[in-house]
Design a protein around this ligand. Structure first.
Ligand code: SF4
Length: 362
């Protein structure tokens, strides 16, 4: 097992390394192995933040990181919900995309990489059997230094297989230069096709039947908690009215912490961002809320977009029960006794204000 296997656990070499390690997954999950904790975090982060990157990378060894991948696949299979598979595969692909773009840029300086951590574009093309399907245009080949708009030619069949109709006009063949059975794309677009290749590879075979009852039993608690996260992601209607003084106490508390520059853990951040998204705030407004915090703007933007599907549907923040389980239900008041969801609290508070004859939008 090496760091590259841990960085790209879906590669055939990484799967072989797991096989050769002699580690029995059935034994792993019945002990308190850190790989299981990391696997739980991996799927939690996939469902809630669209990435599988750890929030505490220093906590895990290369072994934990690599073994967490097959355990995460078992967890996703046991959740047994199409949304879990979809979100998980997307998150693995998004994380791989961040990693390989970083690797490609760091190894494309004209020098061959000699370390065992990073990969080069050729490694990816070989892994996905695309070596004969993708070639750089002469100009790109001649330059050692790469640019995002370097051009490549992709075999038409591969282009059609890996690109999705929903990706937009730019990807439609009528808007492409096609010649001799090849489609012209730029380097940035090649990376998008590779991300899709990873997503498909991760999704392949998921969910599978976990035949070993002992494994399913040992992961019962983890699977329950992950199902709880999914259950909280029911579409809700937009409220479209922002009156911070009527926010539920839990959200006021989180906002107050953000205002002080305190660091929120990912559960709290997800809850607050989903709440603000759910009441109709747009991405820029939410980024402004986090301005004083130490959080990365790009991550906030990504999470906000992730909370909206393509039809503009909002996903609910965690229910009161989940908030309580994570210690985020604080300063409960009388209205809290009448609701089970922070958004319901807010909707009721707005209604009450209306009944008292005030304009809630003021
Ligand atoms: S009961 Fe619900 S709305 Fe009230 S503070 Fe707790 S989590 Fe928030």
């Amino acid at each position: 097992m090496n760091a590259r296997h841990a960085r790209y656990p879906f590669f055939a070499a990484a799967r072989e390394a797991v096989g050769q390690s002699g580690v029995a997954l059935s034994e792993l999950v019945t002990t308190d192995d850190p790989a299981v904790s990391r696997a739980l975090e991996r799927v939690e982060r996939a469902l809630m933040a669209g990435t599988v990157e750890s929030e505490t990378p220093g906590e895990w060894s290369t072994r934990d990181e690599l073994l967490s991948y097959p355990v995460a696949r078992i967890l996703v299979s046991l959740i047994d919900a199409p949304a879990a598979v979809r979100k998980y595969a997307q998150a693995e692909a998004a994380t791989a995309y961040d990693r390989f773009t970083e690797d490609f840029e760091s190894t494309d300086d004209g020098l061959k990489s000699t370390d065992t951590v990073t990969v080069e574009l050729d490694d990816f093309l070989t892994e996905f059997e695309l070596t004969d399907q993708v070639r750089p245009e002469a100009d790109a080949q001649a330059t050692a230094q790469t640019r995002k708009d370097d051009a490549y030619r992709v075999a038409l069949g591969t282009y059609l297989t890996l690109s999705e109709p929903g990706w937009g006009e730019r990807w439609r063949l009528v808007n492409r230069e096609v010649a001799d059975g090849e489609v012209r794309i730029i380097r940035e677009e090649l990376y998008e096709l590779l991300r899709e290749a990873v997503r498909r590879q991760v999704a392949e075979g998921l969910p599978f039947v976990v035949g070993d009852d002992a494994i399913a039993e040992a992961l019962d608690a983890e699977v329950d908690s992950l199902r709880g996260l999914l259950a909280d992601r029911k579409p809700v209607g937009r409220i479209d009215t922002v009156v911070p003084e009527l926010f539920p106490p839990c959200m006021k508390h989180l906002l107050e912490r953000v205002g002080r520059g305190a660091e929120l853990d990912h559960h709290s951040r997800f809850a607050l961002t989903a709440f603000l998204t759910g009441i109709g705030m747009d991405t820029d407004e939410i980024v402004a809320v986090y301005r004083d915090s130490a959080l990365d703007e790009e991550e906030i933007r990504y999470q906000t977009e992730y909370l909206r599907d393509e039809a503009g549907t909002q996903y609910a923040p965690p229910s009161c029960a989940t908030m309580a389980a994570y210690g985020d239900c604080v300063n409960k008041d009388e209205r809290c006794e009448t609701i089970t969801h922070p958004l319901a609290y807010y909707a009721r508070a707005l209604d009450d204000e209306g009944e008292r004859g005030t304009n809630a939008a003021d």
